[in-house]
Each structure stands twice: as C-alpha cells, then as structure tokens.
Design a protein around this ligand. Structure first.
Ligand code: ACO
Length: 401
C-alpha cells in the first residue's frame, strides 16, 4: 500500500512523491530507458550499438541534435568545436588559487561557472544559432577544464591541446602528455575513454540532469546550469559513486579481502554502509552499461597487461550479491559505476577524478536536455509542498523568549 499525501491547490491536486520516484517532470525525445528489461537507447539507438560502433563526438551530435551526423556534419561540428578550444588565460589564475587538495569536482563546477564571466554571450538563447555557439563553446572548453583539474591534482604543468587530433585523442593529450616529452598516442587508453564517455553520455531525468533542466528553466544560462549539474553529480548516491566504489574496494582489500564481511555490513539495517555501485533507481533487472563496462574492464586491463586484485574483489562481490536473497529481493545489481573506476585507475586517473570523468561523459546529455527544455519553452520548474510546520503563532518579543 502506498501512502499518498495530497493537497488541494489553485492549480489542482498536489501529491507528495519523495525523491520524485513516480513523478514525470517532462516529455523528452532524447533517451529511452526500460528499467525492467535493462534497455537503454539514445535517440532510438541501442547503447550496445553505440558503444561498439560510434565515437563520442558522434554521440554528442546525436544526443544534442537528434540524428547521427553524416561525414560532413561531423567535420563541421568538430571544426566549430576546435575554433572555440581556447580558454582565457585569466582562468588559470582561478585554477591556481585552489589548494592542491581541493576536490576536483568543486574545482570543475567553479571553473565552469567562472567561464560565464569570460564568455558573457553564452547566456544568449535568443536563436538556435546563439544556442549552437554556446554548445560548441562548452564542448570545446570543458575537456580543457577537466584536463586542468587532473593536472592540478597531480601537481603537473598544464598541456595545450592540438587541433590536428580527434576530440578524445586531444583530451588524452591534455591529460597525459609528460612534461618536456613528445605526446605518445595510446590507442587502448583513447578507445577505453571514448567508450566510457559514451556509456555515461545521457540517462534521462537523473538527479544531475533534472538539476540542469530546473536551473535552466529559470533562464539561467547554459554554463551556469551545467555548473549546478556538476554539483549534483558530485554526491556519492549519484556520480560520486565511482569514487566511493573504488575506495570501498580498496578498503576491502586492505581488510584482507573478506567480501562476506562487507556483504553482511551492507545488509545490516543498523549499519549505514551500502554496497557502493549496487542498486539503481530505475534499473531493477540489470544495468546494460554495467555489462559493457565489465567486459571493457577485462579487455583494457588485459591489453595493458595489468593484473589488479581489486577487479577480482569486485567480481567476487558481484557473484555473491547475485546469489544473495537480500540483493535479489530488492533487485540490486551492479550499476554503471561498479566497474568504471577500475578502468580509470588502470589508465592512471586519480580516484578523486573519477566523477570528473563522468561529468565529461554526461556533458552532451546535459546540453541536449537543456536545449530540449529551452526549445520546448518549458515553464520554470517549481514543485509544491505539503506544509507540516506550526500553525499561526503570535510574535514573542526578544526579551520574552
Ligand atoms: N547496498 C545495500 N542495500 C541497498 C543498496 C546498496 N547499495 N541500495 C539499496 N539498498 C536497499 C535499501 O536499504 C532499501 O532497503 P529496504 O527496502 O530494506 O529499506 C532498498 O534497497 C531500496 O533502496 P532505496 O535507497 O530506497 O532505493 P533508491 O531507488 O532510492 O536508491 C540508489 C537507488 C541511490 C542508487 C541506491 O541503490 C544506492 O544508494 N546505491 C549505492 C550508491 C550508488 O551506487 N549510486 C550510483 C547510482 S548510478 C548513478 O547515479 C550513475
């Protein structure tokens, strides 16, 4: 039985739905998700096909504009992005002001917000062209900001991009080129990053995407809306789970690899511990992205010749959970974040950067959803409430309280 609280308001009946578990906030033509059957499609194309056959830039175009680009459209899109790749030098002063220990997600959301000051026209949505200009601008500059946060975290000098390279290859260069050495192209790493970005690119009305849409619905600009989305993604119940998963796996390893002990903790209702990377608000059968990532983790580690005991711990946990009544009954399966951190770690990305990588992947989804919301002329997002506080009280003077 579901306890539904309601309120009569001028606009109709208001129902309380904590966490919006059963509330649709919009109509959307971007991403289809069937949580029971484990289906995920971007603009009608299956995530399995896209992860295998498309590259991230094509997926960006598809999500934002609704169709897979032909060769010419893709070239123009990439050209327009490359034209905007410069980030104002003054932005480096802001980066410099952060302590090295700052969490990269805080740095990224601040830098994204700060971009508005250097690109004031980015708030112009008066025409499709103006929106397009903001979109290519952020697609160009965001990977630079992501690379900056990684270099900052590692205490390394910043790398410039190279407009002769592909979108993800250029990002890889900015992230990994060693000081005073030529850039070494690493196709295994580039392909792995490309695939992970595609898998994270959109997921309909999740917490960060809803945040982007609701902030954008006040007609705040694209960059400000994205900055809010980054903050929403940061939390461990959402994008921050990839960092939390790896920290959990490391803790299990340091504790002797006793997975059963942690399974018991996760089931103990008096213990706040949850098995990070398990469970999903919508997927109640399996997360199709997790399947693809699990295979990719095996491939990438194999190709790089890395044997990571943490991967074995992860597989052990998954096996136990799939046979455990508690997890089976609640339909808790590994989600997209359960294996992604293992790949990031193998690529030399610091744990605190994992959610930043997720943000880079989710960027086209946030943009597509923001654009759809603006083009549909959606009203400002403004949920109602049912008031449960005090009724009218007489004011008490300060001296009498
Ligand atoms: N470990 C142990 N128990 C769990 C877990 C878990 N990871 N997830 C859910 N449960 C239990 C809950 O305690 C609850 O049990 P109860 O019915 O006995 O009270 C039941 O399963 C339902 O859980 P809810 O929290 O109500 O489910 P909800 O849909 O609100 O939450 C969420 C989904 C936030 C993903 C949750 O499963 C969770 O916290 N997972 C761990 C964090 C995580 O991996 N987040 C990443 C999500 S994917 C993404 O954002 C990219």
């Amino acid at each position: 039985a579901v306890d539904i609280k309601t309120l009569r308001a001028a606009s109709g009946i208001v129902t309380i739905d904590p966490g919006y578990k059963n509330t649709g906030s919009c109509e959307s033509a971007i991403t289809f998700l069937d949580g029971e059957k484990g289906i995920l499609r971007y603009r009608g194309y299956s995530i399995e096909d896209l992860a295998e056959k498309a590259d991230f830039l094509e997926v960006c175009y598809l999500l934002i504009f609704g169709e897979l680009p032909n060769k010419e459209q893709l070239e123009t899109f990439h050209h327009d992005i490359k034209e905007e790749a410069q980030v104002d030098e003054e932005m480096k002063k802001i980066l410099d002001a952060f302590p090295k220990a700052a969490h990269p997600m805080g740095v990224l959301s601040s830098l994204t917000s700060a971009l508005v000051a250097f690109n004031p026209v980015s708030v112009d949505v008066s025409s499709e062209t103006a929106m397009y200009n903001s979109i290519v601008r952020i697609l160009a500059k965001f990977p630079v900001l992501v690379a900056w946060t990684q270099r900052k975290k590692k205490g390394l000098p910043l790398n410039y991009g190279d407009d002769t390279l592909g979108y993800v290859e250029n990002f890889h260069k900015m992230m990994f080129k060693k000081p005073s050495k030529e850039y070494e192209k690493d196709q295994i790493a580039i392909d792995a990053i490309d695939k992970l970005l595609i898998l994270h690119a959109d997921h309909e009305q999740n917490c960060s995407t809803s945040t982007v849409r609701i902030v954008g619905s006040s007609h705040a600009g694209l960059f400000a809306s994205l900055s809010a989305g980054i903050s929403a993604l940061w939390g461990p119940l959402h994008g921050g789970a990839n960092q939390a998963v790896l920290e959990m796996l490391e803790a299990i390893q340091a504790d002797g690899g006793d997975t059963k002990k942690y399974m018991a903790k996760a089931k103990d209702k008096n213990d706040p511990f949850r098995l990070m990377g398990f469970g999903h608000r919508v997927y109640k059968n399996f997360d199709p992205r997790a399947r693809i990532i699990k295979t990719a983790a095996d491939e990438v580690l194999g190709n790089l010749g890395i044997e990571d005991p943490i991967l074995e711990i992860a597989k052990g946990l998954e096996k136990e959970a799939l046979q455990d009544d508690y997890f089976v009954k609640r339909k808790l399966y590994p989600n997209v974040d359960f294996y992604s951190g293992i790949i990031y770690r193998a690529l030399g990305i610091p744990t605190e950067m994992f959610t930043v990588m997720f943000a880079l992947g989710r960027l086209p989804g946030w943009i597509a959803q923001w654009r759809e919301m603006r083009l549909r002329g959606e009203p400002i997002g403004r949920p109602r409430q049912i008031y449960i506080g005090e009724t009218h009280r007489p004011f008490v003077d300060l001296g009498k309280r």
